[in-house]
Ligand binder design. Structure first.
Ligand SMILES: Cc1cc2nc3c(=O)[nH]c(=O)nc-3n(C[C@H](O)[C@H](O)[C@H](O)COP(=O)(O)OP(=O)(O)OC[C@H]3O[C@@H](n4cnc5c(N)ncnc54)[C@H](O)[C@@H]3O)c2cc1C
Length: 483
């Protein structure tokens, strides 16, 4: 039995805490904010409930596996519903509704491009094959060596690590709407589709094959579930506890310090942003330089709005993508030439459409997200200008003026990501999964400079997203327990 302190309470920290407690360790978790869940915080206001971060529940099998590892099932904690339709995409001309089954999606593709239905079935079968290899063979490996990627399955598919998802999609599909639809899922990995290996088409299987789900009450229900599980396993959870130092003696992590109070332990594990975690060490103990971090491709930051409407919003679904502008230009403005985007794509979420518990009667809970480059200048005027920009397009697309029915609006952007989560450059969801930032090429789970010091979360393996965070916690817990 070891005494283990964990920094942060995002999904990766909560996951690691559960596995480590189950393995018999004495685990204490310290979170700087007043609630647990990291980027998946909840905002409740005037009867409206908002998930402040993640809103897409994809890969239900990963959540099921997590709870099964503790002899539980998901529905012990929350009610999970498959969304039908899964989501809606607005284009310049018309829209595409993604149904809740592959058959329905094949039919919708066929209506846009003759012959694309059969190609889609083939593409998703290949994506399913990638998903099986990724989940069963690769994703649980700790990223220690390139050999982890070498399996009988990957050797015969090695081209798929060097060809990009953009190339693969364009090989079979010509209509720009279908191309945009099939390139969308890898945006969750944080990089441009033309820099993401085609092997990552497993995200397309997650999308069209496994579907889009909703935990009743919102994504925060997952956080509450994991917190309950952690407490039942004996984890001590401390909120309002910003860690200001990782204490090192004889090149060994021996504890943490919070407001001048030292808390000693055998092992320290940080689930806070990796870059920030290393700043809690004296410089000689940091593995990665500022130049290293600066060169990395980070997932975008975001400008977010949480909006309470005093009427129902027509012509929208639970999840809506507004792809009615030039994605290539927007992507350049995020990744190549970091500036505020001229005409951004955006995402709008109305969870109260399928879950009335999330808004007062005859009202709508609205969440708007604009992906932007990390570290951009952030001020109220810019935020307001962008709200107006997307509202013009939004109202035009849904055919109704809804600005007058806004009863409140809160925003969250680069500055808030930095202040609230100690996020590097205000990134929203970690370090991107490009070819050169995959698996063993990501920052390591175990410190090479300080013994008994470990890291988890979206800047290490496997990468951004809630399911990967659950997996990251499991892998690091295994690494610690095997020590
Ligand atoms: C706007 C947005 C939308 C997203 N959408 C989706 C989605 O739809 N689906 C999906 O799967 N994923 C989505 N993601 C990504 C997903 O939310 C993250 O990948 C995941 O939650 C990261 O978990 P984590 O444990 O790595 O880190 P975090 O959630 O960032 O947790 C780190 C924690 O450490 C704490 N911390 C930092 N410094 C200290 C310190 N010094 N002392 C104590 N505590 C500290 C922070 O406060 C935070 O609570 C989204 C993210 C954002 C921001």
């Amino acid at each position: 039995m070891k005494k283990i302190t964990i920094i942060g309470s995002g999904f990766s920290s909560l996951s690691a805490a559960c596995y480590l407690a189950k393995a018999g360790h004495q685990v204490s978790l310290f979170e700087k904010n007043s609630t647990v869940g990291g980027r998946a915080r909840q905002l409740k206001r005037d009867g409206f409930t908002f998930d402040m971060g993640p809103s897409w529940y994809w890969m239900p099998d990963i959540f099921d596996k997590f709870f099964a590892d503790f002899g539980k099932v998901t529905k012990d904690y929350y009610q999970l519903d498959k969304l039908s339709p899964a989501y809606n995409i607005y284009f310049n001309e018309g829209n595409l509704t993604i149904g809740d089954s592959l058959d329905k999606i094949v039919q919708a593709f066929e209506e846009i491009e003759v012959g694309s239905g059969v190609k889609l079935e083939k593409f998703i079968a290949e994506a399913q094959d990638h998903y099986r290899i990724a989940i069963d063979k690769i994703v649980l490996r700790p990223g220690l060596s390139p050999l982890e990627l070498v399996t009988p399955e990957t050797i015969t598919r090695v081209d798929r690590f060097f060809r990009t998802i953009s190339q693969r999609v364009r090989k079979d599909f010509k209509n720009p709407k279908l191309i945009a639809t099939l390139e969308f899922p890898v945006l969750f990995l944080g990089a441009k589709p033309n820099q993401t290996p085609s092997f990552y088409s497993f995200m397309n299987f997650a999308d069209f094959g496994l579907g889009t789900w909703h935990p009743k009450g919102g994504m925060y229900e997952i956080v509450l579930a994991m917190e309950k599980l952690a407490l039942s396993l004996g984890v001590n959870i401390h909120t309002n506890s910003p860690v200001d130092k990782i204490i090192v003696r004889d090149k060994k992590a021996v504890g943490i310090s919070i407001n001048g109070k030292d808390i000693m332990s055998d092992i320290v594990l940080s689930g806070a942003d990796y870059h920030h975690s290393e700043t809690l060490l004296d410089p000689p103990f940091r593995q990665y330089s500022e130049a290293y971090w600066d060169k990395k491709t980070f997932a975008p930051s975001s400008l977010l709005f949480y909006v309470g409407f005093n009427e129902r919003i027509p012509n929208v679904e639970h999840h809506n993508l507004f792809f009615d502008s030039d994605f290539t230009k927007h992507a350049e403005e995020i990744y190549d030439n970091a500036v505020w985007p001229s005409d951004p794509l955006f995402y709008a979420n109305f969870p109260s459409i399928s879950d009335p518990s999330m808004a007062p009667e005859n009202c709508e809970t609205g969440f708007f997200l604009i992906p932007i480059a990390p570290d951009l200048e952030d001020n109220e005027n810019l935020r307001e200008a962008y709200f107006d920009k997307i509202m013009d397009r939004f109202e035009d697309k849904i055919g109704k003026n809804v600005r007058d029915s806004i009863i409140f609006k809160e925003s969250f952007c680069v500055k808030d990501f930095k202040e609230t989560y100690n996020s590097y450059k205000g990134n929203a969801y970690g370090m991107a999964n490009t070819l050169m930032q995959t698996a063993f090429l990501r920052p390591k789970l175990k410190s090479s400079r300080v013994q008994n010091l470990y890291f988890t979360g979206q800047l290490t393996v496997p990468g951004p997203g809630v399911p990967p965070a659950l997996i990251s916690g499991k892998i690091v817990a295994d690494l610690i327990s095997k020590k």
